[in-house]
Design a protein. Structure first.
Length: 87
């Protein structure tokens, strides 16, 4: 998004037929309000709400996760309370 917030979502998640990932620019037939992400936001069902980014200014397809501070590291992986690593 335009607030220097970068996240990654596996491309297989985006293209799942029954997934309903959405780029939204309207809400109830009206332009998306600023508080809800105007001009564009992404909605990714089944992922933590932080992956449904508001204020999208670009989408980049890469082979690796983004280097953004909100993506890398254990804090943003939603591991169970007893799991201490990604391995």
């Amino acid at each position: 998004g335009i607030e220097d917030y970068h996240i990654s979502v596996p491309i297989r998640k985006i293209f799942q037929r029954d997934n309903d990932c959405t780029l939204a620019w309207l809400m109830n037939g009206e332009p998306l309000p600023r508080d809800h992400g105007y001009p564009l936001r992404v909605i990714i069902p089944g992922f933590v709400g932080a992956r449904s980014v508001k204020w999208i200014d670009r989408i980049v397809v890469t082979k690796e996760e983004t280097e953004g501070t909100h993506q890398r590291g254990i804090a943003y992986k939603q591991l169970g309370p007893n799991k201490k690593s990604l391995g």
